[in-house]
Write a protein that binds this ligand. Structure first.
Ligand code: MSP
Length: 507
């Protein structure tokens, strides 16, 4: 328990959101909600990366002022957060004054201390990637597609002494095994650091790029967009007179694999070190959705945007799907078929049926009031035993970011409640008038209800609305802490259940 600060990458404001952006928010949100349930004081930050060449170019293409352009993009990204039910505490935009102040402070400090110096740079520059590129990166005799147009330029610029910290960084990464999840990515970082690294060019002449934060010590230049953007993590908690400073260092920066090396794993720790801040405690690095941004095709030949599924099925279904399908750290293919299959088999059949079946029977046989589960025998003991295992497993799988496995276990447990109901068959027992059977019906309904309650407590970080809805159907408040609440109990005894509602209508 303690303070827990988690961030996502801040999205480029040069186009509308896509599946990759949505996934990263969900992943970070699941971790944030999990930590809150575990009792941590969580600070969850996300935001928008609004400066730089790409944004300037996109605005120009539309013939509007960059600020007007990024405002319209910010609206789209913020709507996505609401649609996905993301529980961020703050949203930072790099055009905000609170951010620019911190960037300027850090730049000035590093300049005063000689960590930033003026030099001459001559090299190949990719306009699209907004970075100088090396000839060794050429494939055959051509620049990689991603770089778009590459031009040769020579110009005076400011440099940050990155190379000086290489040995420190290597040692730091070696000493902090938990710094990068999954761990195999730390090897890639160390591999990168085997070669000497160049100092980082952190300025862009204003005549080439006007849309950025002017350097406090030379207003002919603006800051390089990555230098500006990375500082968001700090400026959101470190702006003057902030009561949030204690949240630094961040516990996790959630990012995609494309931006670990070099910006997050090389530039960022060194920038912090040079400016006198502690490095972050961790990077949670996810893989890519391989159809991200592309349209998916329905069997009818129509196409769908993955993000349309959020409004069509609700945030929780989308959240469940991406969390269940993706192994954190690896790539995953987004397919509509798989989405529909998961929806039907896990949500509509396994979970949805359990809820409606239980509520129906409680109304039919017990006037809507949950009975006590006193007469326990082998089937009940088996179910409780199965819960005990599930509970421990799932919590630790979630804590290890193995959400797909944790959800698989949770749904196994849900299926075992359904199997238990089949074995007990209360619909048969209820027809018999023997007094022992009266106890059995009670016991069965009580066990199904308690099993369901516990399962949906575990689902809360991934499906917060569904979890709260089902708990409300059982006469329970939404789960706010896992401290109590995950143990088998008889707290539902005597609770009045609501009339059944269809949670997951069939397609
Ligand atoms: N603006 C930078 C990040 C600056 S952080 C100080 C950036 N923006 S981005 O919009 O291109 O990407 C934002 C995040 O989305 C990144 O973590 C990136 O890895 C992630 N994704 C972009 N496409 C993705 C997929 N197809 N799949 C999963 N995530 C992907 O990079």
């Amino acid at each position: 328990m303690g303070k827990f600060y988690i961030t996502t990458a801040i999205d480029y404001a040069n186009g509308p959101p896509h599946l990759g952006h949505a996934y990263e928010k969900v992943l970070a949100d699941v971790v944030a909600r999990l930590r809150r349930l575990k009792g941590d004081q969580v600070r969850f930050l996300t935001g928008l990366d609004e400066h730089g060449q790409k944004v300037q170019q996109s605005a120009k293409k539309e013939g509007i002022d960059p600020k007007v352009f990024v405002d319209s993009i910010a609206e789209k990204f913020q709507k996505l957060l609401i649609d996905l039910n993301i529980s961020n505490d703050d949203y930072i935009r790099t055009t905000e004054e609170r951010h620019k102040t911190v960037v300027r402070d850090i730049l000035q400090r590093l300049f005063d201390e000689g960590e930033i110096y003026k030099g001459e740079y001559s090299g190949f520059y990719s306009v699209r990637a907004e970075q100088f590129v090396q000839e060794t990166e050429k494939e055959g005799n051509k620049w990689p597609e991603d770089y778009g147009e590459v031009i040769k330029i020579t110009e005076a610029n400011y440099f940050f002494r990155l190379s000086k910290y290489r040995a420190w960084l290597i040692e730091y990464i070696q000493d902090h095994e938990d710094l990068i999840y999954p761990r195999f990515r730390a090897k890639q970082v160390l591999e990168f650091l085997k070669e000497p690294i160049n100092d980082l060019c952190i300025s862009r002449p204003k005549e080439r790029l006007g849309w950025g934060i002017p350097l406090p010590f030379d207003d002919e230049y603006v800051a390089y967009v990555w230098f500006d953007a990375l500082i968001n993590y700090l400026s959101a908690v470190d702006s003057s007179a902030s009561h949030l400073r204690d949240f630094w260092p961040a516990n996790f920066h959630v990012i995609g694999k494309d931006i670990l090396v070099p910006p997050h794993a090389i530039y960022w720790p060194i920038m912090l070190k040079a400016a006198g801040y502690e490095p972050p405690r961790g990077f949670l690095v996810h893989g890519f959705w391989t159809t991200a941004g592309k349209k998916m095709s329905k069997s009818t030949g129509e196409t769908v945007d993955p993000l349309d599924l959020i409004n069509q099925y609700g945030a929780d279904v989308f959240r469940y799907f991406v969390t269940r399908e993706m192994t954190v750290g690896q790539d995953s293919e987004f397919s509509l078929e798989l989405f529909v299959t998961r929806y039907t088999s896990d949500l509509a059949n396994d979970l949805g049926n359990l809820v409606s079946r239980l509520l129906n029977m409680v109304h039919q046989y017990r006037d809507g009031v949950l009975p006590s589960g006193r007469f326990t025998e082998q089937p009940e003991e088996n179910l409780r035993e199965s819960w005990k295992k599930t509970n421990w497993n799932v919590v630790s799988l979630f804590e290890e970011f193995r959400f797909n496995n944790g959800l698989a276990e949770t749904f196994n447990f849900i299926r075992s409640i359904n199997r238990y109901a089949e074995i007990r068959a209360p619909w048969k027992l209820a027809k018999s008038s023997k007094s022992g059977d009266v106890g059995s019906v009670d016991t069965t309904l009580a066990h199904m209800a308690e099993g369901l309650r516990l399962a949906v407590c575990l689902l809360a970080p991934v499906m917060p609305v569904t979890s709260a809805k089902i708990l409300a159907l059982l006469g329970q408040p939404e789960v706010s802490s896992w401290q109590e609440g995950l143990d088998w109990s008889n707290r539902l005894e005597g609770k009045r259940v609501k009339k059944k509602t269809i949670l997951f209508p069939r397609i």
